[in-house]
Ligand binder design. Structure first.
Ligand code: B12
Ligand code: SF4
Length: 502
């Protein structure tokens, strides 16, 4: 019987071996956890016949044992993981294992990926994985399997849950749709999942959520269901009727979930009401830029109207959902003032969770084609959406990088987190949340001491400030702010309120 080892590699930026080592997590929890298990690993496991042993390894929470007795090693990689994927592949090939690589990066950098593996798999797994396994069994493995077509999503196999260790994750993936029709210049979705928006039948999505519940029951522990879910869909708001049907069906399940979609969702009161009722706690919208010319440049002006941004964010908050927003810096129309202006916008608006990144020309995107002669480094460790890899037009690369670093630093400072938390306390349903109990305050003081021990002074100040704030409310939102700040800074190990021992 053959054994397959699936690996989700660490990020290039942390050489793959330390990505779990979040300082805040170590200070508060002392164990390796990550935000989300890798959905494709769970899908590949489900597509694999029982006669194989399938092992799932996520390098953001575990180290790799290169002495593994697996016969085949399967690696998935987005560009920010590609270098680490090659290192891992090289080690296993030296040991005589069959190495298979697939995923978003493999889909565009075919020649290059092929040099590092025995089998290159292009496209979505559902069509090609079973064919490859059959060829493997019959000793006729090909070097390249190209799925070509996107599989219809009506009968997609449900991911296998039992291969992951739920204690290691803070929430669990659900996918309702694949693809996005919007064509933003910098986005990879068009080539990885296609322009056609494919919607799973709502009943299938619900069954996948219920399968997590069943699994909890089997284990006699409501861990997964209590922690909640993350919709990995890049854009949940493409088909309004579909999203309404989906949200309505989620209501009786009483789950907590996070997700993301285009900004126009924030104007749709009927959908926002359903979003709140269905248990959505954070919904992030792609605002991308507060510079009108930059929106034009990225081909997103149709759904994004800057003059509506503040009202949109307030509208999300009004329904008791934590508003998140994506911002990207480095468009040709951006100048050095964009950072300060965006920070001011964040502070003045209701956004609680800003997620900032640098424009990155991922191979295969239209952006890459347009600015490839300005890219001064090949994609490598620097391709992580936080490092400048090209020469922008209205500032130097150094200025762009410094601006990004400044944003990251400013949004992790005590005054910023304090302001974000006050937003929570001041709006909508949070207004009536009870004040912290003495026990909760004592716990926060313990957390603050631990944070100080780890040298996280800004977080420590924040925790102390809250512990002694007479009108402080809702411990979960407090820890949420610290945890999400860290997550949006690109760390993979984070703290979950439901998971912490407090
Ligand atoms: C969840 C997520 C994350 C999580 C990942 C954690 C986890 N364990 O899943 C986190 C938050 C860590 C993350 C981080 C980043 N992410 Co991200 N992320 C996603 C997201 C939203 C969902 C991924 C997912 O599960 N998709 C569903 C699964 C089923 O799809 P899939 O993995 O692509 O797999 C399918 C196929 O690709 C294929 N496949 C994949 N692997 C394999 C392997 C084999 C053998 C085979 C046969 C097939 C196959 O089959 C699958 C379908 O059957 C995607 C967008 C999206 N919807 O895909 C972006 C996405 C993958 N992220 C992206 C980026 C850029 C990033 C960041 C670099 C920057 C950022 N600002 O987000 C950071 C990295 C930070 C850092 N420190 O360096 C880009 C990738 C672009 C690229 N060219 O690599 C995407 C596509 C978003 C986008 N719109 O451009 N991300
Ligand atoms: S709307 Fe979002 S998912 Fe769709 S193409 Fe634009 S950035 Fe990508």
């Amino acid at each position: 019987m053959s054994k397959i080892l699936f690996i989700n590699p660490g990020m290039n930026s942390n050489s793959g071996d330390k990505s779990w080592e979040s300082p805040m997590l170590r200070a508060l929890q002392g164990k390796r956890t990550a935000y989300l298990p890798k959905l494709v690993g769970m899908i590949l496991a489900a597509l694999t016949p029982d006669k194989y042993t399938f092992e799932y390894l996520d390098e953001s929470v575990e180290s790799i044992d290169f002495g593994s007795d697996a016969d085949m090693v399967v690696i998935t990689a987005m560009t920010a993981q590609a270098c680490r994927a090659y290192q891992i592949a090289g080690e296993f090939r030296k040991r005589g294992k069959v190495v298979v690589i697939g995923g978003i990066h493999a889909a565009v950098m075919r020649e290059e990926v092929l040099a590092h593996c025995d089998v290159l798999m292009i496209g979505e797994s559902e069509n090609s994985w079973p064919v490859m396994l059959e060829d493997y069994e019959n000793n006729r493995l090909k070097q390249v399997y190209d799925a070509k077509e996107y599989p219809p999503v009506e009968n997609l196999i449900s991911p296998r849950i039992d291969i992951i260790d739920p204690a290691r994750y803070l929430c669990f993936p659900i996918q309702a749709t694949r693809g996005c029709p919007y064509n933003c210049e910098f986005c990879s979705i068009e080539y990885s999942s296609g322009e056609r928006y494919r919607m799973k039948p709502v009943s299938q999505v619900i069954n996948e959520i219920l399968a997590y519940q069943e699994y909890d029951k089997k284990r006699g522990f409501a861990g997964i269901y209590e922690k909640g879910f993350y919709f990995v869909d890049d854009n949940l708001y493409v088909n309004r009727e579909y999203v309404k049907e989906l949200l309505t069906a989620l209501i009786p399940l009483k789950i907590r979930w996070d997700g993301q979609g285009t900004a126009n969702m924030a104007k749709d009161d009927e959908v926002l009401q359903l979003l709140a009722e269905s248990g959505c706690r954070t919904f992030s919208i792609g605002l991308e830029s507060i510079v009108p010319e930059s929106l034009q440049e990225m081909n997103k002006p149709k759904v994004n109207k800057i003059e509506e941004y503040k009202a949109m964010l307030s509208n999300i908050a009004k329904y008791g959902i934590v508003p998140g927003a994506y911002f990207v810096f480095g468009f040709d129309s951006d100048d050095i003032f964009v950072f300060r202006r965006t920070l001011a916008f964040i502070q003045e608006s209701d956004v609680v969770e800003p997620i900032v990144s640098l424009l990155t020309p991922y191979p295969g995107t239209k952006l890459y084609e347009r600015i490839k002669n300005r890219i001064y480094t090949t994609y490598n460790r620097s391709y992580n959406s936080g490092t400048c890899v090209y020469t922008p037009q209205n500032m130097t690369a150094g200025e762009l990088q410094a601006g990004m670093d400044w944003m990251g630093w400013k949004t992790s400072e005590f005054p910023f987190m304090k302001k974000q938390l006050e937003k929570f306390w001041n709006y909508g349903p949070w207004k009536n949340t009870p004040f912290l109990t003495t026990r909760e305050r004592l716990l926060l003081i313990c957390i603050a001491l631990k944070l100080g021990f780890a040298g996280l002074w800004e977080y420590q100040r924040f925790a102390f400030w809250v512990a002694f704030h007479r009108k402080a409310k809702d411990l979960k939102s407090i820890i949420w702010i610290m945890r999400r700040r860290e997550l949006s800074m690109g760390q993979s190990g984070v703290l979950d309120p439901a998971d912490s021992k407090i």
